[in-house]
Design a protein around this ligand. Structure first.
Ligand SMILES: Nc1ncnc2c1ncn2[C@@H]1O[C@H](COP(=O)(O)OP(=O)(O)OP(=O)(O)O)[C@@H](O)[C@H]1O
Ligand SMILES: O=c1[nH]cnc2c1ncn2[C@@H]1O[C@H](CO)[C@@H](O)[C@H]1O
Length: 433
């Protein structure tokens, strides 16, 4: 597994490299591997640029992700084709994207649970999904179904806002037996999306609940990303309850944070949501991103960055601490961190689709790196106490933000390659080894 983010890595990798002086004496160490798991609705994104009239005509809601029936999908697809509006088609799904990006960044294994068409022909959507997924994403546990995967019409408006219309195909047919207990229990994290809870009578919701149960039995962190504010707005109380019962790490954007907590200020929303979970990643578009979580009083570390004003004054004071589970803290302290977009954001943003998923994959990489390091270098001073991640809040913010920038700068929500090893924009001292 690669080092999470770019900086001095005095404690870390590669854990398999040996001391040249004792090379002859020591046996070759082959590191123990770490993986993460996730569940998704197998979806291909069909991207098109449309105007408001198009959205209205098809009874969609700007910014929302709505399920549409076969007839509506047929009409919509026909119009896109007739007017030659389709600009790209690639594998999507919020967890599919996250796992792909995780595997690309970490050069590590992720396992996806979901469905795949039994019969595939070259060029069809199922085929495209497989072609556009990193070979480090393990797709061997997918459940074969007798029908198509889902299609996600990704409609981009002039303002860059995206609206999703989902034609579900067989994407929700995943059954609980296809969740591999051992893989979930040995993973560094289980990643889920709120979309899994809107499957109606289809079994994917039960499959997700089964995976959550396995994760809880083995103390594997459950990571939930909220998807869209519309889903949360429908019943915030239900989501609050769900999160407090099942979720360790919550990923959302500021709109979803408001829908969940009723607080329009990101910091206050995070403060409230910390009552239900242990760690939060909240993206805030052109304002960058926030993290919030807990650390133990005994292990808090003071930032050397400027203290920031906000609804919680000097909120970033302890951002150099590492996130911990609240229950692992003797005296839990709430910690917040913020970062503005990397280099102010790319010069041109064609669309922001997947920028939030990208940030989450960086956080997952850092969490998995911690597990990886702990299982290989158990004696390291890093593991004197149980932390949820390898790096501090501030460092994860930096990394997550950098990955979002990369997603924004390219066209697809999935990274085509990892980050550059070294960057001109970062000062030389950063690289000192
Ligand atoms: N207009 C922008 N300028 C600069 N950076 C941006 C802009 N929009 C987004 N970003 C970067 O991308 C990150 C994620 O963006 P955003 O909050 O839009 O995610 P999101 O709504 O969760 O996206 P998605 O659901 O499509 O994955 C931000 O934290 C920031 O780093
Ligand atoms: O209902 C859904 N289930 C799973 N993924 C979805 C759904 N709606 C949209 N996306 C996915 O969200 C990604 C950007 O974050 C898009 O790639 C799209 O495929």
């Amino acid at each position: 597994m690669k080092f999470p983010g770019q900086r001095k890595s005095k404690h870390y990798f590669p854990v398999e490299s040996r001391d040249p002086l004792t090379n002859e004496l020591n046996p070759v160490i082959s590191p123990k591997h770490t993986h993460i798991t996730g569940i998704d609705q197998t979806l291909v994104d069909i991207e098109a640029h449309v105007d408001q009239a198009f959205i209205d005509r098809h009874q969609l809601v700007k910014g929302n992700s709505l399920l549409i029936d076969d007839l509506a999908a047929q009409t919509l697809y026909q119009e896109l084709q007739d007017k030659q509006l389709i600009t790209a088609e690639f594998a999507g799904g919020t967890i599919g994207n996250t796992l792909h990006n995780y595997s690309t960044l970490a050069d590590g294994r992720s396992v996806m649970f979901g469905v795949m068409s039994q019969n595939i022909t070259i060029g069809d959507y199922a085929y495209r999904y497989l072609c556009n997924t990193s070979s480090r994403v393990d797709l061997n546990y997918l459940q074969a179904v007798n029908g198509p995967v889902g299609r996600c019409f990704t409609l981009i408006s002039d303002c860059g806002e995206r609206t999703f219309a989902i034609s579900k195909g067989h994407m929700d047919k995943l059954t609980p037996e296809f969740i591999d207990e051992k893989l979930v229990k040995t993973g560094a994290a289980l990643t889920l999306t709120a979309y899994l809870m809107r499957a109606g009578d289809d079994p994917i919701t039960q499959a997700a609940m089964q995976a959550i149960e396995y994760a809880h039995q083995a103390n594997v962190p459950v990571v939930l990303t909220l998807g869209t504010r519309f889903l949360i707005e429908d019943d915030p109380k239900w989501w609050q309850q769900f999160i407090s019962e099942h979720v360790t790490v919550l990923a959302m954007n500021e709109e979803e944070a408001e829908a969940l907590t009723g607080e329009s200020d990101v910091l206050l929303a995070c403060e409230k949501a910390l009552e239900w979970c242990d760690l939060i990643l909240c993206t805030a578009g052109s304002r960058g991103l926030f993290m919030a979580g807990y650390t133990d009083e005994a292990f808090k570390r003071t930032t050397s960055h400027t203290l920031l004003p906000g609804a919680i004054p000097e909120f970033n004071q302890y951002e150099f601490s590492r996130p911990m589970l609240k229950t692992d803290c003797e005296q839990a302290l709430k910690v917040y961190s913020h970062i503005a977009p990397f280099m102010g954001g790319p010069e041109k943003i064609t669309n922001t689709n997947g920028a939030g998923d990208g940030a989450l994959s960086a956080l997952l990489h850092d969490m998995a790196a911690n597990v990886f390091h702990r299982s290989n270098v158990e004696q390291s001073s890093k593991h004197r106490f149980e932390a949820l991640s390898y790096s501090s809040f501030a460092q994860i913010c930096k990394y997550a933000n950098r990955v979002s920038y990369e997603v924004l700068a390219q066209h697809s929500p999935r990274l085509s390659r990892g980050l550059p090893e070294r960057e001109e924009s970062l000062e030389e001292a950063y690289w000192e080894r």
